[in-house]
Design a protein around this ligand. Structure first.
Ligand code: ADP
Length: 340
């Protein structure tokens, strides 16, 4: 019967979810060379099935030129949006069972963060990013379970720029918007992207210097027992991680760079504190970590997509991205004491 089918699906999902609970997973995605760009030498020397990735320093020769990193998974530049989503799906579905999930896109500007989370500039269903696929999947599963559970879904989209939080969907305080279909979400996200562009000039491409957070709140009611489950999915497109040359940046650019550094390192510090089971977890050091406090640590599940550009002249940023990711990847959040 429908009920047993749902229970069986739940059990399978539950088993998949147990693997993920409390840990942080790190997936690395390599951007392809872009059309019109000379396909020069790539810094990516080797990608293994096991999540290993070897980067080669273009200025060096021999063994010293190579450095290998280990992640949960590495997606080659040929990986499709669908393949990338498939590995994320169990995590996303667990939101329907009351888990909190955070998915981050990290990397330097131009490495493919927005491509992974939303898609390319001209979005069709084929190249939908994780955002649309996630919501589409949540609606599909809730439809399949409708004889057993009813779900309410609501979204919020905010931007954090220079440590200021701005709601991208509404101007009053009702910041959670109920949604019932993927097309409603697409409409809202288009509005959010339009609002995000307001105030940006050609010289100040604000979207690469701000974090955007799409939060999906799910409330499920078990129709038999009346039990209510609440889960939350945060989809975070982080500001570009590139370091800004302090000697060159001045004024607004310097201020932006300082805010970005501060919040990205606050994120790293929170994860490190959870890993070391410190009694104090410094959630309050940035707006981003404050906002995500309930979804980092404890029972929550975290996935970070780290993005790298293959070009030789991105080598320095690629190495610092991968070193940050490596620090994050070694973490077990499960055993951490929550300090809320
Ligand atoms: P970021 O958000 O990190 O600044 P973008 O997502 O805007 O980077 O990507 C930069 C450019 O590269 C865009 O034109 C985007 O469409 C393209 N791009 C990124 N990743 C891919 C990919 N996996 N396949 C094809 N094009 C990509």
């Amino acid at each position: 019967s429908g009920y047993h089918k749902v229970l069986e699906e739940n059990r399978q999902l539950y088993n998949q979810v147990q693997d993920l609970k409390g840990s942080i997973r790190v997936y690395c995605r390599v951007r392809p060379f872009l059309p019109g760009q000379a396909h020069g030498q790539s810094t990516v020397d080797y990608i293994g099935e096991d999540g290993n990735l070897t980067i080669v320093n273009p200025a060096k020769q021999g063994k010293d030129a190579r450095r290998t990193f280990a992640f949960n998974k590495v997606f080659k530049s040929a990986a499709t949006q669908e393949q990338v989503f498939l590995d994320t799906q169990p995590l996303i579905r667990s939101v329907l069972d009351g888990y909190n999930v955070c998915i981050f896109a990290y990397g330097q500007t131009g490495s493919g963060k927005t491509y992974t989370m939303a898609g390319p500039r001209v979005i069709t269903e084929d190249n939908w990013g994780v955002n649309y696929r996630a919501l589409n999947d949540l609606f599909q599963i809730s439809e399949q379970r409708k004889d057993v559970f009813t779900y309410d879904v609501a979204v919020q989209m905010i931007e954090i720029y220079n440590e200021q939080v701005r709601d991208l969907l509404v101007s009053d305080d009702a910041n959670l918007i109920p949604v019932a279909s993927t097309s409603a979400v697409i409409e809202l996200m288009n509005l959010g992207h339009k609002n995000r562009a307001v105030g940006a000039t050609a010289l100040n491409d604000r979207s690469s210097r701000s974090h955007s957070v799409l939060t999906v709140h799910v409330q499920g009611k078990d129709l038999t027992s009346g039990t209510i489950l609440r889960g939350c999915l945060h989809l975070v497109d982080l500001a570009g991680s590139e370091r800004v040359d302090k000697s060159e940046a001045t004024g607004d650019r310097l201020k932006e760079a300082q805010h970005i550094n501060k919040s990205l390192s606050a994120l790293g510090d929170v994860i490190a504190a959870l890993a070391q089971k410190n009694s104090h977890v410094p959630y309050r050091n940035s707006k981003l970590t404050q906002l995500l406090q309930d979804s980092l640590g404890g029972q929550a599940k975290t996935l970070m997509f780290v993005h790298i550009s293959p070009e030789v002249d991105a080598y320095g940023e690629t190495m610092s991205t991968l070193k940050f990711a490596e620090r994050v990847a070694t973490v077990e959040l499960g055993a951490a004491k929550s300090n809320k």
